[in-house]
Write a protein that binds this ligand. Structure first.
Ligand code: HEM
Length: 368
C-alpha cells in the first residue's frame, strides 16, 4: 500500500486482496464523492459528478441503506429467475439475427454483447419496445471512446430527459415493472420523489449496460479462442456458472478502481489512514493477488470464488445476479447453437476499447 499522485492529491493505493476486501466492508470509509479527500482521478471529474443528481452509489448509510433496501428485491433470486425466459428470448432473437448473415462475418459486440444487456434493461425499466433502438444507440454512444466530452454530456441530457418523461408517464397509472412498482411502493410509504426515481433509473442504466456488455465480449472471446475450455463447457454446461466466476475474476472489467474516503482514522493492512484521506481500492490487483488465488494469472475454473469483481460490502453490485444470469444464458446459447463460431481475425489484432469505465474489445468479428 502506498500513496499515489493523482490529479488532486495523494490518496492511498490499496492492492492486496485482504486489504481491499476489508476496506470495502468498513463503514468508516465513505463512498460520498462530494466529501473532501475523496479521490479525484481526472480533471473535471469533481465538477462532472457535482452536476449529476446524487445516486445511491455515492451515498453512505443510513440514506444508502434505505434506497438500496427498496430495490434489493427487484434484483433478488425470485425476480431474476422470473426474468430468465424473457432473457432467453432476447438472446435467441440476437442469435436469430446473427444467423441471418449465413456464415458471417458478424461483429458480436454490435450483434450480441451490446444489444442483449440493453434489451434486458429496457425490459427491467419498462421502456416501450418502439424506443429500444433509440435507447440502445444512446447508451452505446455514451460510453464510446470517440464520443467527445461535449457530445457525451448531450447524450446524457437526452437520456435523462427521456427517463424523466418515462417516469412521468408511469406515474399516471403505475405498471407492473420496476419503475411502476417503485412508484406504488413509495407512494404508499408517503416517500415518493420523482427526481430520485429518475436518478435511480439513470444509475441502473449506466451501471448495468456497458459492464455486462464488456463481460459478454471478453468471455465469448475467450471461449472462441480456447478450444479446451470451449469443449469442456460444451460437454458439461453445468460448469458454466463456475467458469463465469473465474471470468469475472480474471478479467475484472470494471476498469476504474473503487474509491472511498476515510470518515475517521482507520488501520488497513497495518497502515493508518487518517480521517479525510482517500483510498483507491484496486479490485483488479486484488483479484490477481497470489495470497488469495493460487494461480492468479491463469484462467482456472474453480478458483474464481470470492473474487471482488462486483465489489464487496454495502455497495456490492446490486445487479450481480442479473449480470450472472445474462452471462450464463448467452454462453449456454452460444455453446448450444453456434459452437462453430470462429474469430474472423486473430484476437491479438483486435483493438481494445478504452471506454470511460469498462475494458473490453471494440469489436469481435466471427465467421462460421
Ligand atoms: C455497483 C460491477 C452489472 C447495478 C457495482 C460495483 C461494481 C460493479 C464493482 C461496486 C461499486 C463500488 O463499490 O463503488 C459490475 C459488473 C457488472 C455489473 C462487473 C457486469 C458484469 C450490473 C447490472 C446492474 C448493476 C446488470 C443493474 C441493472 C449496480 C448498481 C450499483 C453497482 C445500482 C451500486 C450499488 C450500491 O451503491 O449499493 N457494480 N456491475 N450492475 N452495480 Fe454493478
Amino acid at each position: 500500500m502506498c500513496p499515489v499522485a493523482t490529479h488532486e492529491g495523494h490518496p492511498w493505493l490499496v492492492t492486496r486482496y485482504a486489504d481491499v476486501r476489508a476496506a470495502l466492508a468498513d463503514p468508516r470509509f465513505s463512498a460520498d464523492l462530494r466529501r473532501d479527500g475523496y479521490p479525484v482521478l481526472a480533471p473535471g471529474q469533481r465538477e462532472a459528478v457535482a452536476s449529476m443528481p446524487p445516486t445511491m452509489a455515492g451515498m453512505d448509510a443510513p440514506e444508502h441503506t434505505v434506497i438500496r433496501r427498496r430495490i434489493q428485491e427487484e434484483f433478488g433470486t425470485r425476480r431474476v429467475r422470473a426474468m430468465e425466459p424473457d432473457i432467453q428470448r432476447i438472446v435467441d432473437a440476437a442469435f436469430d439475427a446473427i444467423e441471418n448473415a449465413r456464415g458471417g462475418p458478424v461483429d458480436l459486440v454490435k450483434a450480441l454483447a451490446l444489444p442483449v444487456p440493453s434489451a434486458v434493461i429496457c425490459m427491467l425499466l419498462g421502456i416501450p419496445y418502439a424506443d429500444h433502438d433509440w435507447f440502445n444507440d444512446r447508451t452505446t454512444a455514451a460510453f464510446r471512446r470517440e464520443t467527445s466530452a461535449a457530445d457525451r454530456v448531450g447524450v446524457f441530457t437526452e437520456l435523462m430527459s427521456y427517463l424523466d418523461r418515462l417516469v412521468r408517464d408511469k406515474e399516471a397509472d403505475p405498471p407492473d415493472d420496476l419503475l411502476g412498482r417503485q412508484i406504488r411502493l413509495l407512494r404508499e410509504a408517503g416517500e415518493y420523489d420523482h427526481d430520485e426515481l429518475v436518478s435511480l433509473a439513470n444509475l441502473l442504466l449506466i451501471a448495468g449496460h456497458e459492464t455486462t456488455a464488456g463481460m459478454i465480449t471478453v468471455s465469448v472471446a475467450r471461449l472462441l479462442t480456447d478450444d479446451e475450455l470451449r469443449h469442456e463447457l460444451a460437454r458439461d454446461p453445468a460448469r458454466i456458472p463456475e467458469a463465469i466466476e473465474e471470468f469475472l475474476r480474471y478479467f475484472t472489467i470494471a476498469q476504474q478502481a473503487l474509491l472511498r474516503v476515510a470518515n475517521e482514522d482507520v488501520v488497513v493492512g497495518g497502515v493508518t489512514i487518517r480521517k479525510g484521506e482517500g483510498v483507491v481500492l484496486s479490485v483488479q490487483a486484488a483479484n490477481r493477488d497470489p495470497r488469495a488465488f493460487s494461480e492468479p494469472d491463469e484462467l482456472r475454473i474453480g478458483q474464481g470464488r470470492g473474487h471482488l469483481a462486483f465489489g464487496h460490502g454495502a455497495h456490492q453490485c446490486v445487479g450481480a445476479k442479473l449480470a450472472r444470469t445474462e452471462l450464463r444464458i448467452v454462453l449456454e446459447t452460444l455453446l448450444r447453437r453456434r459452437p462453430d463460431f470462429r474469430p474472423a481475425a486473430p484476437i491479438e489484432h483486435l483493438s481494445c476499447k478504452e471506454s470511460i469505465n469498462v475494458c473490453g474489445l471494440e469489436e469481435l468479428p466471427v465467421v462460421w
